[in-house]
Design a protein around this ligand. Structure first.
Ligand SMILES: [Zn+2]
Length: 139
């Protein structure tokens, strides 16, 4: 699992936003709640494109109910270190039904769309964060 230290080593201080890009999501992926543009780390673009493609080709677009963000300069919940969101390598979806510290309601089929594309899922952590997916590695 990647940590804020890994991100700091690879991308520098999050406030510098050195590795961020505004990804213009391809039209064929602009289905359901998938945004038209996403401000994210450039390393997130390819895995996220794969994950969205999985959601669409596996007919799960109706299960993707809300897009709840990617880049967010903030501290990790309940900690003093920076959230992985500060480097734009994590996303949140379906937040209203998958709150931090609560039992996730996301289907394993939807989770697999992201895991198969190279994401770790927060719903499998000790402190469950079911809305949260982050890059499994920084390559
Ligand atoms: Zn998150």
């Amino acid at each position: 699992m990647i940590t804020h230290r890994d991100c700091l080593a690879k991308y520098g201080a999050p406030e510098l936003e050195k590795s961020m890009t505004l990804w213009d999501v391809p039209a064929e992926l602009e289905i359901g709640v998938i945004p038209k543009k996403i401000y994210c780390n450039r390393d997130l673009v390819s895995p996220l494109r794969d994950a969205f493609t999985n959601v669409i080709t596996r007919n799960l677009i109706n299960e993707l109910k809300t897009w709840d963000g990617c880049f967010n300069l903030r501290k990790k919940r309940g900690a003093s270190t920076a959230s992985i969101h500060s480097w734009g390598v994590a996303i949140d979806v379906n937040a209203a039904w998958n709150g931090f510290g609560k039992q996730p309601t996301m289907s394993s089929a939807l989770v697999d769309c992201f895991k198969d594309a190279g994401f770790d899922w927060g719903g499998e952590w000790g402190k469950q964060d079911g809305m949260h997916f982050q890059l499994a590695s920084l390559g």
